[in-house]
Design a protein around this ligand. Structure first.
Ligand code: SF4
Length: 463
């Protein structure tokens, strides 16, 4: 299970995690590879329910340790742990599953290989005679861990002896990368940003601050003689990160080798769903039609449209990527909002149908089945609010009327029924009511909207 941050606003935020999950699925080393996010679905609160296995290794897809890896993810997954994660990780039994939580991929020693690979992309023949390497970190006085990782990787690469000098430099703390020409002596200097993704810093602030005009920039009048600076792409988007993830998962599982079983509640939920699908079903906004041993899936409002008028998708990932944006191209962090795009059809076998429905409505089959068995426990708003930390802690100040006002606006557009607010769901899509889906706990999207409401109210009172 790969855990990313995700975003309520920007669909690009989750793309790197999806990409690594696809790469790992392609290698066939694991029974399943699942993605989960803090700010989109499958959400951290639901994602464990979506695994078919009783043996789960959870890897935070972050470049360094910090608030998310030490506070938010363990809390939301229910690991019963807060604070630094020991090198061997944390193991817990949660809801019948053995869950192993590892350090983030960015602190794994294998990241030195990724840095070297990035350096060789821009300068294939680094030399211990004339090439300096700069491992460039963001750096911040608020998080010592992020700079420690940069120094550790610089030390590892120094030991390899491929470069004449290796330096750990930073954007926001000393020693700063702005002083690269003073710090280094070699005529060739490779800069590798130790960043999770391509973005504002790697594309704009770093090139601008260092006067880098291209992948290779000449500085004929630099201190200590003429130089060439080779600017690499960030480490976090290199395909070799998938190798680091595999190492982390293998180390977390130890010598025990592959373990685990099929989780029975999960399988029962999907068998109930497939029984329905084999007769033809409507699930939320989806219309599922069995056809000669495969299934056709489309938006229910596209019923009757000739297949030739619709874009045909043939993989669950194709459905996933389509379902992540509205017809207007807007990001859909909550998949049960009634804005599933139209204009497509998917033709899938039974195994792929399961995955496509998981992607379209994450955790909905598992939670709806649990609700039908009286096994889904709602989490009241007060409990959700109490759990919030950091900038979201202020939702604890929201009065019930404020929560209701926001929910009335946000949840009115959602298929789910708010069990957490005392609403009752008597029929679900499993018994023929397409929009019947439970909401056991306020989602992070609603929590963020309540936070906005509290902040607005405070600003209004102050003015
Ligand atoms: Fe939908 Fe509201 Fe539940 Fe979020 S809190 S999933 S918007 S019903």
């Amino acid at each position: 299970m790969l855990i990313g941050h995700g975003s309520h606003l920007n669909g690009e935020s989750a793309v790197a995690v999806y990409r690594y999950a696809d790469l790992l699925r392609g290698r066939g080393l694991f029974d399943e590879v699942i993605e989960g996010y803090w700010k989109e679905e499958p959400s951290l609160r639901q994602v464990l329910k979506t695994t078919a296995s009783t043996d789960v290794t959870v890897i935070p897809m972050f470049i360094s340790e910090g608030y998310f890896t030490e506070t938010v993810i363990p809390r939301e997954l229910g690991l019963g742990h807060q604070g630094p994660v020991p090198p061997e990780g944390i193991a817990r039994v949660i809801g019948g599953r053995t869950v192993r939580y590892t350090l983030p991929y960015g602190v794994h020693p294998g990241m030195a290989d990724v840095i070297e690979a990035r350096a060789r992309e821009v300068l294939p023949d680094p030399s211990p005679d004339d090439t300096a390497l700069i491992v460039l970190g963001h750096g911040t006085t608020r998080n010592e861990n992020s700079s420690r990782v940069i120094h550790e990787n610089a030390a590892r690469l120094r030991e390899r002896g491929l470069f004449s000098e290796v330096h750990a430099l930073f954007l926001d703390e000393d020693p700063r990368v702005s002083g690269w020409a003073e710090v280094t002596r070699a005529p060739r200097v490779v800069i590798v940003p130790f960043f999770a993704s391509e973005g504002w810093h790697t594309l704009e602030t770093i090139p601008q601050d260092l006067d880098l005009t291209d992948t290779v920039t000449a500085f004929p009048d630099a201190p200590h003689g003429p130089r060439e600076v080779y600017y690499a792409r960030p480490v976090g988007t290199h395909a070799a990160v998938a190798d680091v993830i595999v190492h982390l998962a293998e180390e977390a599982r130890g010598a025990g080798g592959p373990g685990g079983d099929t989780e029975r509640g999960h399988e029962a939920a999907w068998q109930a769903f497939l029984k329905l699908a084999r007769r033809g079903a409507r699930v939320g906004e989806l219309l599922i039609t069995p056809e000669l041993g495969v299934f056709e899936v489309r938006h229910a409002l596209d019923e009757g449209r000739p297949g030739g008028d619709l874009m045909t998708l043939v993989t669950p990932e194709g459905v996933r990527d389509r379902a992540r944006v509205t017809d207007g191209g807007e990001h859909r962090p909550v998949h049960t909002l009634r804005n599933l795009p139209r204009g497509w059809r998917a033709v899938l076998n039974e195994a792929d149908l399961r995955r496509a429905v998981h992607y379209t409505y994450p955790a909905v089959v598992e939670e709806t089945y649990a609700h039908s068995c009286h096994a889904l426990r709602p989490t009241p708003w007060a409990t959700t609010a109490r759990r919030q930390t950091g900038i979201y802690a202020k939702v604890q100040r929201a009065v019930p009327e404020q929560v209701e006002r926001v929910a009335g606006r946000v949840c009115a557009a959602c298929l789910r029924t708010r069990l957490w607010a005392g609403e009752r769901l008597t029929h679900s899509f499993l018994d023929g009511v397409p929009g019947g889906m439970p909401c056991a706990e306020a989602c992070t999207f609603l929590v963020a909207e309540v936070r906005e409401e509290v902040a607005r109210k405070k600003a209004g009172a102050a003015s």
